[in-house]
Design a protein around this ligand. Sequence first.
Ligand SMILES: [Zn+2]
Length: 233
Amino acid sequence: MKIKHKGELIDITIQKRNRKTMELQVTLEGNVRILAPKNISDDDIQNWVRSRGDWVVSKMKYFQDIKEQYTDKQFKVGEQLYFLGKPYTLNIFFCDHENKVELTDNEIQVYTKSEEKEVVRETLRNWYFNQTHKLIEERIRYFQKYFKEQPTKIMVKEQKKRWGSCTSQNALYFNWRISMAPKEVLEYLVVHEMCHLKHKNHGKNFWNCVATILPDFKWRRDWLKVNGIKLNF
Ligand SMILES: [Zn+2]
Protein backbone atom coordinates (compact mmCIF):
# COMPACT_ATOMS: atom_id res chain seq x y z
CA MET A 1 0.00 0.00 0.00
CA LYS A 2 1.32 3.45 -0.90
CA ILE A 3 0.10 6.71 0.62
CA LYS A 4 1.18 10.30 0.10
CA HIS A 5 1.87 12.53 3.07
CA LYS A 6 2.73 16.18 2.41
CA GLY A 7 4.27 15.23 -0.92
CA GLU A 8 6.27 12.28 0.45
CA LEU A 9 5.47 8.81 -0.75
CA ILE A 10 5.19 6.26 2.07
CA ASP A 11 5.48 2.65 0.98
CA ILE A 12 3.75 0.41 3.49
CA THR A 13 3.97 -3.33 3.95
CA ILE A 14 1.20 -4.77 6.09
CA GLN A 15 1.63 -7.95 8.08
CA LYS A 16 -1.56 -9.18 9.75
CA ARG A 17 -1.02 -11.25 12.80
CA ASN A 18 -2.70 -12.56 15.91
CA ARG A 19 -2.32 -9.43 17.98
CA LYS A 20 -4.44 -6.76 19.60
CA THR A 21 -2.54 -3.57 18.82
CA MET A 22 -0.92 -1.96 15.80
CA GLU A 23 2.80 -1.52 15.54
CA LEU A 24 4.67 0.68 13.11
CA GLN A 25 8.28 0.12 12.06
CA VAL A 26 10.47 2.22 9.81
CA THR A 27 13.37 0.21 8.43
CA LEU A 28 16.86 1.28 7.42
CA GLU A 29 15.80 1.15 3.78
CA GLY A 30 13.06 3.67 4.49
CA ASN A 31 10.28 1.11 4.18
CA VAL A 32 7.36 1.22 6.57
CA ARG A 33 6.06 -1.98 8.05
CA ILE A 34 2.81 -2.27 9.93
CA LEU A 35 2.05 -5.19 12.20
CA ALA A 36 -1.73 -5.21 12.52
CA PRO A 37 -4.45 -7.34 14.09
CA LYS A 38 -6.16 -9.67 11.62
CA ASN A 39 -9.61 -8.05 11.79
CA ILE A 40 -8.59 -4.49 10.96
CA SER A 41 -9.43 -3.02 7.54
CA ASP A 42 -6.95 -1.47 5.11
CA ASP A 43 -8.81 1.85 5.38
CA ASP A 44 -8.34 1.90 9.13
CA ILE A 45 -4.66 1.11 8.71
CA GLN A 46 -4.29 3.94 6.19
CA ASN A 47 -5.90 6.44 8.53
CA TRP A 48 -3.81 5.24 11.40
CA VAL A 49 -0.59 5.73 9.39
CA ARG A 50 -1.78 9.14 8.15
CA SER A 51 -2.23 10.33 11.73
CA ARG A 52 1.45 9.51 12.28
CA GLY A 53 2.58 10.84 8.90
CA ASP A 54 4.93 13.56 10.17
CA TRP A 55 6.73 11.16 12.47
CA VAL A 56 7.05 8.49 9.77
CA VAL A 57 8.42 10.93 7.21
CA SER A 58 10.92 12.36 9.71
CA LYS A 59 12.24 8.85 10.44
CA MET A 60 12.47 8.03 6.73
CA LYS A 61 14.49 11.24 6.27
CA TYR A 62 16.72 10.34 9.19
CA PHE A 63 17.81 7.14 7.45
CA GLN A 64 18.06 8.91 4.11
CA ASP A 65 20.50 11.43 5.64
CA ILE A 66 22.68 8.72 7.15
CA LYS A 67 22.73 6.92 3.84
CA GLU A 68 23.81 10.05 1.99
CA GLN A 69 26.42 10.87 4.60
CA TYR A 70 28.07 7.49 4.10
CA THR A 71 27.40 7.15 0.39
CA ASP A 72 28.59 10.57 -0.56
CA LYS A 73 32.31 9.82 -0.64
CA GLN A 74 34.69 11.91 -2.70
CA PHE A 75 37.44 9.26 -2.86
CA LYS A 76 40.07 11.76 -1.88
CA VAL A 77 43.22 11.32 0.18
CA GLY A 78 42.43 11.32 3.90
CA GLU A 79 38.96 9.82 3.65
CA GLN A 80 38.16 6.85 5.83
CA LEU A 81 37.18 3.41 4.56
CA TYR A 82 36.47 0.25 6.50
CA PHE A 83 37.86 -3.22 5.91
CA LEU A 84 36.93 -6.08 8.25
CA GLY A 85 35.58 -3.58 10.76
CA LYS A 86 38.75 -1.51 10.94
CA PRO A 87 39.05 2.07 9.67
CA TYR A 88 41.75 2.82 7.10
CA THR A 89 42.77 6.18 5.70
CA LEU A 90 42.60 6.43 1.94
CA ASN A 91 45.88 7.33 0.27
CA ILE A 92 46.45 7.69 -3.45
CA PHE A 93 49.65 7.07 -5.39
CA PHE A 94 50.15 7.57 -9.07
CA CYS A 95 51.63 4.82 -11.15
CA ASP A 96 51.63 3.98 -14.84
CA HIS A 97 50.85 0.31 -14.34
CA GLU A 98 47.51 -1.35 -13.80
CA ASN A 99 45.48 0.06 -10.95
CA LYS A 100 45.79 -1.77 -7.67
CA VAL A 101 45.03 -1.48 -3.97
CA GLU A 102 47.35 -2.21 -1.08
CA LEU A 103 46.61 -2.33 2.60
CA THR A 104 49.10 -1.21 5.27
CA ASP A 105 48.55 -1.07 9.03
CA ASN A 106 46.43 2.05 8.78
CA GLU A 107 46.19 2.99 5.12
CA ILE A 108 44.23 1.73 2.17
CA GLN A 109 46.45 2.73 -0.74
CA VAL A 110 45.19 3.10 -4.26
CA TYR A 111 47.76 3.03 -7.06
CA THR A 112 46.28 4.65 -10.11
CA LYS A 113 46.98 6.59 -13.28
CA SER A 114 44.20 9.02 -12.51
CA GLU A 115 42.85 10.63 -9.38
CA GLU A 116 39.39 10.89 -10.99
CA LYS A 117 36.70 9.98 -8.51
CA GLU A 118 35.15 7.26 -10.68
CA VAL A 119 38.50 5.62 -11.38
CA VAL A 120 39.45 5.48 -7.69
CA ARG A 121 35.97 4.27 -6.78
CA GLU A 122 36.03 1.48 -9.38
CA THR A 123 39.51 0.37 -8.33
CA LEU A 124 38.41 0.16 -4.70
CA ARG A 125 35.15 -1.56 -5.58
CA ASN A 126 36.99 -4.26 -7.56
CA TRP A 127 39.35 -4.77 -4.68
CA TYR A 128 36.47 -5.19 -2.20
CA PHE A 129 34.77 -7.63 -4.59
CA ASN A 130 37.90 -9.80 -4.66
CA GLN A 131 38.53 -9.60 -0.93
CA THR A 132 34.92 -10.46 -0.16
CA HIS A 133 35.03 -13.41 -2.52
CA LYS A 134 38.23 -14.80 -0.96
CA LEU A 135 36.96 -14.34 2.60
CA ILE A 136 33.55 -15.85 1.88
CA GLU A 137 34.98 -18.90 0.10
CA GLU A 138 37.42 -19.50 2.93
CA ARG A 139 34.63 -19.33 5.55
CA ILE A 140 32.34 -21.59 3.49
CA ARG A 141 35.10 -24.21 3.30
CA TYR A 142 35.56 -23.90 7.05
CA PHE A 143 31.86 -24.28 7.94
CA GLN A 144 31.17 -27.00 5.36
CA LYS A 145 31.83 -29.63 8.07
CA TYR A 146 28.44 -28.74 9.61
CA PHE A 147 26.52 -29.40 6.37
CA LYS A 148 25.76 -32.30 4.09
CA GLU A 149 24.41 -29.89 1.47
CA GLN A 150 26.92 -27.99 -0.62
CA PRO A 151 26.41 -24.67 -2.36
CA THR A 152 26.04 -25.15 -6.12
CA LYS A 153 27.53 -21.70 -6.73
CA ILE A 154 29.16 -18.96 -4.66
CA MET A 155 28.92 -15.46 -6.06
CA VAL A 156 29.69 -11.95 -4.90
CA LYS A 157 27.30 -9.42 -6.37
CA GLU A 158 26.13 -5.85 -6.39
CA GLN A 159 23.09 -5.95 -4.11
CA LYS A 160 21.46 -2.80 -2.92
CA LYS A 161 19.24 -4.05 -0.16
CA ARG A 162 20.35 -7.53 0.76
CA TRP A 163 23.48 -8.90 2.35
CA GLY A 164 23.09 -12.37 1.01
CA SER A 165 20.69 -14.85 -0.45
CA CYS A 166 20.27 -18.54 -1.16
CA THR A 167 18.30 -19.70 -4.19
CA SER A 168 16.10 -22.80 -4.36
CA GLN A 169 18.98 -24.44 -6.28
CA ASN A 170 21.32 -23.65 -3.35
CA ALA A 171 23.34 -20.99 -5.14
CA LEU A 172 24.71 -18.52 -2.58
CA TYR A 173 24.99 -14.80 -3.32
CA PHE A 174 26.78 -12.24 -1.18
CA ASN A 175 26.91 -8.48 -1.18
CA TRP A 176 30.45 -7.27 -2.06
CA ARG A 177 30.34 -4.73 0.79
CA ILE A 178 30.29 -7.34 3.55
CA SER A 179 34.11 -7.34 3.89
CA MET A 180 33.79 -3.79 5.26
CA ALA A 181 32.10 -5.32 8.32
CA PRO A 182 33.96 -7.04 11.20
CA LYS A 183 35.07 -10.61 10.49
CA GLU A 184 32.54 -11.98 12.99
CA VAL A 185 29.71 -10.33 11.08
CA LEU A 186 30.89 -11.68 7.72
CA GLU A 187 31.09 -15.08 9.38
CA TYR A 188 27.51 -14.75 10.62
CA LEU A 189 26.31 -13.93 7.11
CA VAL A 190 28.05 -17.03 5.73
CA VAL A 191 26.50 -19.26 8.38
CA HIS A 192 23.10 -17.63 7.83
CA GLU A 193 23.15 -18.34 4.09
CA MET A 194 24.57 -21.85 4.59
CA CYS A 195 21.72 -22.69 6.97
CA HIS A 196 19.40 -21.80 4.08
CA LEU A 197 20.96 -24.75 2.22
CA LYS A 198 18.97 -26.85 4.72
CA HIS A 199 16.08 -24.56 5.64
CA LYS A 200 14.61 -22.23 3.03
CA ASN A 201 12.80 -20.01 5.53
CA HIS A 202 13.53 -18.19 8.78
CA GLY A 203 11.67 -20.67 10.98
CA LYS A 204 12.69 -22.20 14.26
CA ASN A 205 14.83 -24.93 12.68
CA PHE A 206 16.68 -22.33 10.66
CA TRP A 207 17.63 -20.26 13.73
CA ASN A 208 18.57 -23.43 15.61
CA CYS A 209 20.96 -24.22 12.78
CA VAL A 210 22.57 -20.76 13.08
CA ALA A 211 22.71 -20.93 16.91
CA THR A 212 24.30 -24.39 16.94
CA ILE A 213 27.21 -23.14 14.85
CA LEU A 214 27.42 -19.60 16.25
CA PRO A 215 25.90 -19.50 19.76
CA ASP A 216 26.60 -15.74 19.96
CA PHE A 217 25.04 -14.98 16.57
CA LYS A 218 22.63 -12.35 17.96
CA TRP A 219 25.10 -9.53 18.44
CA ARG A 220 26.54 -10.24 15.00
CA ARG A 221 23.09 -10.08 13.40
CA ASP A 222 22.23 -6.90 15.31
CA TRP A 223 25.51 -5.29 14.33
CA LEU A 224 24.55 -5.67 10.69
CA LYS A 225 21.06 -4.32 11.30
CA VAL A 226 22.38 -1.21 13.02
CA ASN A 227 25.58 -0.54 11.05
CA GLY A 228 24.84 -2.11 7.69
CA ILE A 229 23.69 1.18 6.27
CA LYS A 230 27.15 2.67 6.87
CA LEU A 231 28.89 0.06 4.74
CA ASN A 232 28.52 1.74 1.45
CA PHE A 233 29.91 3.84 -1.31
ZN1 LIG B 1 17.88 -15.50 5.43
